[in-house]
Design a protein around this ligand. Structure first.
Ligand SMILES: Cc1cc2nc3c(=O)[nH]c(=O)nc-3n(C[C@H](O)[C@H](O)[C@H](O)COP(=O)(O)OP(=O)(O)OC[C@H]3O[C@@H](n4cnc5c(N)ncnc54)[C@H](O)[C@@H]3O)c2cc1C
Length: 454
């Protein structure tokens, strides 16, 4: 069933009904009804999340926002746009490019994920290294809270008085309310862009090069790492033409005025050579640039070539610890006799180790789970976080106490109750279900009666 899970297919839970509203008023009416009947509500954008967020472990009503997918206003004078939550991320840049503008947050899923989902997970992406993550681009929100109220927070003007509720709602993962309109910043399309690919024989050299580039004070628009396993699979699956036999590849993009990117490209080439780069390519035209990016953006599609099953980790470390954590990733893989493949936003220190296992081989899943746990703890020991960009959802809720103390979690739970007094909004997600945290969601009508009509 399509609505049983998001892209983290490990967790499944079907809603009792799926509702596809078309207006904010319909959303508000639905929330009030669910509140009255104490039925759980699960918001859903495109369902590309990787955290078990847009799925219904307790049943209830799933609210799919795909029909609320219009651009409500393009305001170039104020460099912003207001959109409905179901609008696909890439559609906004396509609609504004001729006027010289674009929407910067670009998760690798941007061809299919919704801006409502991006805002709710506070999505990152390759170009977030230079331009910031989704929260840095959301100016204002319309939200229907778990109490059924319609709130407007933030807006086009700078520096709103009072608490920064926009900042709090971005990344709320549907636990505070449903975003029904989003005002986002638009940026000018950069004057020029230069894309480079550097290959290395060892991932260690590539990691050291990343640290050296950032330490040199250069902030590329994107700085992505692709390891040997992925390079091979991408070449076979997508035909990206990445250097054969490379132990790791860095995809580096610079943008800005021509003179600036020229100077930065020269320094980056030198840094990569200093770190034993095997080959450095500079895309000569738009077609070559698009091919280099195609390999990276379609990496998720080649996973099936590598393994029948996998666990994807999303932990993050301070970027200066990248070489160290990559050595640890390799050691953990060797210890558990598993291949761990890597393609990730190296400039952010945001790792995506993909632990490959065969679910038909006895014991492999158990070893993969142990490896995943060790990876998470290693990142935390290095001052990192349990999640980098995908969010918490169901997947990471139980890991939150590894990073936060009781006081922190209790405060978050009380904050959540302000928006959602009856605990109907996306229960079981984001915060651990621990009585001390005050979540304790207990639907009095856990499932809608068979044949219920909404
Ligand atoms: C191939 C691939 C590549 C990816 N690359 C990246 C990447 O580079 N960076 C990144 O950050 N993520 C990435 N992701 C993960 C995912 O695409 C993002 O988390 C995305 O922001 C989810 O958007 P969505 O519309 O699919 O949301 P969904 O998966 O439908 O929902 C995500 C969460 O947001 C909530 N939600 C959705 N819409 C609303 C709303 N209107 N109001 C309130 N809550 C809502 C849901 O309840 C759920 O908790 C990738 C996923 C895939 C499959």
């Amino acid at each position: 069933m399509a609505y049983e899970c998001d892209m983290h297919t490990f967790y499944k839970g079907a809603p009792d009904v799926v509702v596809l509203p078309e207006t904010t008023a319909q959303v508000a009416l639905l929330v009030r009804l669910c509140r009255r009947e104490h039925v759980a509500l699960v918001p859903r954008g495109s369902g590309t999340g990787l955290i078990g967020g847009a799925m219904a472990p307790h049943g209830g009503v799933m609210v799919s926002l795909t029909r609320m997918n219009r651009i409500l206003e393009l305001d170039f004078a104020n460099r912003c746009a207001t959109v409905q939550p179901g609008l696909i991320n890439l559609w906004l840049s396509q609609a504004t490019r001729d006027a010289g503008y674009y929407f910067a947050p670009d998760p690798s899923s941007q061809m299919v994920s919704s801006i409502g989902g991006n805002a709710s997970t506070n999505a990152g992406g390759p170009h977030c290294l230079k331009y910031g993550i989704t929260v840095n681009h959301v100016l204002g929100l319309e939200v229907v809270t778990g109490a059924g109220e319609i709130l407007s927070v933030g807006g086009k003007a700078h520096d709103h008085p009072g608490y920064d509720l926009t900042g709090a709602l971005v990344g709320g993962e549907g636990t505070l309310g449903l975003l029904t309109a989003i005002t986002v910043r638009l940026l000018h399309v950069p004057a020029g862009v230069r894309t480079l690919l550097a290959s290395f024989s060892a991932i260690d050299d590539a990691s050291e090069a990343v640290s050296a580039i950032v330490a040199a004070g250069i902030i590329p628009a994107a700085l992505e790492m692709i390891d040997e396993t992925f390079v091979r699979a991408i070449n076979e699956g997508v035909g990206a033409g990445y250097p054969k036999g490379a132990g790791a590849v860095l995809l580096i993009e610079l943008d800005g005025p021509a003179a600036e990117i020229e100077a930065q490209a020269g320094r980056i080439v030198q840094i990569c050579r200093d770190h034993a780069a095997l080959e450095i390519r500079v895309a000569q035209d738009e077609a070559e640039r698009a091919l280099l990016w195609k390999g990276r953006k379609e990496a998720a599609g080649v996973v099936g070539r590598m393994s029948p099953a996998w666990i994807l980790q999303d932990a993050v470390v301070p970027r200066s610890r990248l070489p160290e954590i990559m050595r640890e990733v390799q050691a953990i893989g060797a210890r558990h006799r598993l291949v761990i493949a890597n393609v990730f936003h190296a400039g952010d220190g945001n790792l995506h180790p993909m632990i490959l296992y065969n679910d038909l081989e006895p014991g492999e899943l158990e070893r993969a789970i142990l490896a995943n746990d060790e990876l998470l703890r290693a990142c935390l020991t290095m001052g990192g976080s349990v999640t980098g960009e995908h969010g918490v959802g169901l997947d990471k809720a139980s890991s939150m106490p590894l990073q936060f103390g009781d006081a922190d979690l209790n405060f978050m739970a009380r904050f959540r109750r302000v928006f959602d007094p009856d605990g109907i909004m996306n229960p079981g997600k984001l915060l651990p279900s621990h009585p001390a945290c005050g979540e304790g969601f207990r639907p009095s009508v856990p499932r809608l009666p068979a044949g219920a009509w909404v």
